[in-house]
Design a protein around this ligand. Structure first.
Ligand SMILES: Nc1nc2c(ncn2[C@@H]2O[C@H](COP(=O)(O)OP(=O)(O)OP(=O)(O)O)[C@@H](O)[C@H]2O)c(=O)[nH]1
Length: 357
């Protein structure tokens, strides 16, 4: 059996809490029944208990079966609150003498809305409470219960002042919760941004040297476990200084950005490309052998030959590559070291070529 997602679990927990409160309310009813304050027969008490317990189970089931997700507010806060308030008023109808005390349960229900309802929700619950109160008074009057209008009016006023007070407190808590949620969201985004910045090269958006080292060590661990290889290519642009001399440093930057875009589009999704600094790049090819890497480098050279540099006219660029395949059970630094030596050879032998060691 799989557990519901976190949001649903939270809703279940909150509904379970409300269910516990309604069971406590029911216990109070039974206590008053035992003490002779309820004008309800044993059968009536059993029906009331069944209705309260069954409705709670229905709310819990609707969340467990995800039926609540079909509603505008999947927490069902308003529905649950109105139902709980109705139950309090229904049971209050049968209480003799202690009705005002009994109605205080409505305040507990109000507190449940504190973390979810906004102003509109509180107004609706308030109006619903008002309606319930009026219906209760009418029903009592209809039944011929002894109602002292002045006392009832004072009790009603006191009740509504309390409901208003609790609603205002609830609103305050609700807005506090919103602020906290927003802060949490902002912090989460800032953290994501920081994590992104920590691994990317600012100029090109490729991975940076620090992350390249991490990737190398990860690749080594994976290769050692999975018995497959990986290849490291160090790519260094030839005579890049002339680009800077011709177009200025900003122009050189723009060329590096366009080059990064070309690399990104040419390598496979499973491969990694990082800028180690200056005009030097590292290509990390996973599950590839030397032949496969040479093939990819050929494709990159071809793409570079055909590249039309936006804003740089007839610019032609080449690069030299030092390639090295991981030999198994060697430190990844050794693989990189060999690629570096191979790159040195490629430069020494006239550039625009690939050397592997
Ligand atoms: N625009 C720009 N230029 C950079 C950046 N980092 C390094 N460079 C330039 O890259 C050039 C590298 O020069 P060199 O090391 O002599 O290399 P090269 O001119 O490419 O010659 P070889 O590598 O020997 O073929 C220098 O002019 C640096 O200023 C950068 O972030 N932006």
């Amino acid at each position: 059996m799989t557990l519901p997602p976190r949001d649903q679990l939270l809703r279940l927990r909150r509904t379970l809490l409300a269910y516990t409160a309604s069971i406590l309310h029911l216990l109070l009813c039974w206590l008053l029944f035992g003490a002779g304050f309820m004008s309800l027969s044993l059968g009536g008490m059993l029906v009331l208990s069944f209705v309260v317990l069954a409705s709670g189970v229905l709310f819990l089931l609707s969340i467990w079966l995800n039926l609540n997700l079909r509603f505008h507010d999947p927490s069902l806060t308003l529905v649950q609150m109105c139902w709980a308030i109705a139950v309090v008023f229904i049971s209050a109808y049968f209480v003799e003498n202690l009705r005002a005390l009994f109605l205080m349960m409505v305040l507990v229900v109000m507190m449940f809305g504190a973390f979810r309802l906004r102003l509109g929700g509180f107004v609706r619950v308030g109006l619903f409470t008002l309606l319930c109160y009026a219906v209760l008074m009418a029903a009592l009057w209809w039944r011929g219960a002894a109602i002292e209008p002045r006392v009832e009016l004072i009790q009603a006023l006191e009740f509504f002042v309390l409901v208003l007070g609790v609603s205002l407190l609830g609103l305050e808590m609700s807005s506090l919760r919103n602020v906290l949620q927003q802060r949490n969201h902002d912090l989460h985004q800032a953290l994501e941004r920081i994590q992104q910045l920590a691994i990317t090269d600012e100029l090109t958006g490729l991975y940076n040297r620090r992350f390249a080292n991490e990737l190398m060590s990860q690749q080594k661990a994976l290769a050692d476990r999975g018995q497959y290889g990986f290849v490291v290519c160090l790519i260094d642009l030839d005579y890049f200084k002339t680009v800077n001399d011709r177009f200025g440093h900003a122009g050189g930057d723009a060329v590096l950005r366009q080059l990064a875009e070309l690399f990104r589009h040419t390598v496979r999704d499973v491969d990694f490309i990082a800028r180690l600094g200056g005009e030097e790049f590292l290509l990390l090819l996973s599950r590839t052998d030397t032949a496969g890497a040479e093939h990819l480098v050929g494709r990159l050279q071809e793409a570079l030959r055909d590249k039309l540099w936006e804003g740089f006219g007839a610019l032609r660029l080449t690069f030299s590559v030092g390639l090295s395949a991981y030999r198994g059970d060697e430190p990844w630094e050794d693989t990189l070291q060999r690629a570096d030596a191979a790159l040195y050879q490629a430069k020494e032998e006239g550039r625009d070529r690939l050397k592997s060691l």
